[in-house]
Design a protein around this ligand. Structure first.
Ligand SMILES: [Mg+2]
Length: 385
């Protein structure tokens, strides 16, 4: 069997538009507006009719840089292709972009294998569980402490047993306007954390993700306060280029420090973080080497007896979560959520969402062959770009 074509199909649909970027690039709370957005799907075609798909992918990078590596190859040789893509990244010196795109391509190869064998990818990878505990992951800048407290109570009523706060990110909570990412607002962030803990009581797991806006001193201060509030983890508090600062933070705090989330270099970078003792738990997602790369990362974490918490949900990460048990990958990140946004409705090009929630706060994992999505091709073909 050989790959004969790799195509990235682009189409339009009405969905939540990304927030209008302000000059600091992130954090505008006005993100409940719907409008026309462009989505893409990778399609891998073989000479014997087998096909693989993944939602997402940059048409230019995949068709120009990665397709030439793939055409003529056996799509079942995922490890060989993964190694080629990893090395091609270095050669082209566009690592971070290509690493993400190679991740999408790797997911499409797993989808192809799953469709061929009529098995969900998580069963091929290992098959550990069919549902995963979810945490409600908030949008940043949702309002004041009382707004977060109300939202956390609503999430608890929906069945969530855990709640992760994105507080003030690139947003000034006093002037209520865009702000540079640093200096941050750690005292105001802590007010939200206190209000949420008070509102939900002691039996809800809580986490904070400041999205890299703190200094080391701010991180230490916030970590100590979160320990008093019995928070589970402090995620990605500083720029992940500052590994020594992370090592000091981790060695001086009790609360679990969870990082790196965005550091490029996939499994290799995460292995180095473990070696450095730079965090208590590591983090990855399919943008860092796809399912093949993440499986290596999670396996290394498992070997060292530390957790690897998947960043975000979606059709790729779901299968890593299904392949490992909760002693290694504990939670599914569900969201982002905010009041007025119904997360349970799929976009029109999909027949169902990948992560429905049960009444006990678990995400039910996909069970259809491959990655498990059911695409509405009539809609997609009528709305091609
Ligand atoms: Mg995060």
């Amino acid at each position: 069997m050989k790959i004969v074509d790799v195509e990235v199909i682009e189409f339009k649909h009405d969905w939540y538009k990304p927030p209008v970027p302000h000059k600091w690039g992130y954090g505008n709370p006005d993100n409940n507006n719907k409008g026309e957005v462009i989505e893409s799907i990778i399609k891998i075609i073989t000479d014997d009719g087998a096909e693989g798909y993944m939602i997402g992918g940059d048409k230019k990078i995949i068709e120009n840089n990665l397709k030439p590596l793939l055409v003529g190859q056996n799509p079942l040789e995922r490890e060989k292709i993964w190694t080629w893509m990893e090395h091609a990244n270095a050669y082209k010196n566009t690592l971070s972009l290509n690493e993400e795109q190679a991740g999408y391509v790797d997911c499409a190869l797993w989808d192809l294998f799953g469709r061929m064998t009529k098995l969900p990818v998580h069963k091929i990878l290992g098959g550990s569980r069919d549902k995963v505990k979810a945490y409600a992951s908030t949008f940043p800048n949702m309002g004041g402490p009382e707004d977060y407290a109300k939202h956390a109570i609503a999430c608890k009523k929906m069945g969530y047993k855990a709640y992760k706060i994105h507080a003030y990110i690139a947003w000034d909570p006093i002037k209520w306007e865009p702000a540079p990412l640093m200096p941050a607002f750690p005292d105001e962030d802590l007010e939200i954390c206190r209000a949420v803990r008070e509102a939900v009581g002691d039996d809800m797991v809580l986490m904070l993700d400041p999205f890299a806006v703190y200094t080391l001193q701010e991180s230490l201060k916030v970590a100590k306060e979160l320990e008093k509030l019995n928070f589970y983890w402090l995620e990605h508090p500083m720029m992940e280029t500052k590994i020594e600062a992370y090592r000091r933070l981790t060695s001086q705090t009790e609360i679990a420090i969870l990082s790196p989330e965005h550091a490029k270099g996939g499994v290799s970078t995460r292995a180095e973080w473990i070696l450095q003792g730079a965090s208590d738990m590591i983090r990855t997602d399919i943008h860092f080497g796809g399912i093949t790369g993440c499986y290596k990362t999670v396996s290394i974490a498992q070997a060292f007896g530390i957790q690897c918490e998947m960043h975000g949900g979606g059709w790729g990460n779901s299968h890593l979560l299904g392949a490992f048990d909760e002693s290694t990958c504990e939670y599914y990140e569900h969201g982002l959520l905010k009041p007025g946004r119904d997360y349970s409705i799929p976009p029109i090009y999909l027949k169902e969402t990948c992560d429905p929630l049960d009444t006990d706060g678990n995400v039910i994992l996909p069970q259809k062959p491959g990655l498990g999505f059911d695409l509405n091709w009539d809609y997609i073909n009528d709305n091609l770009v």
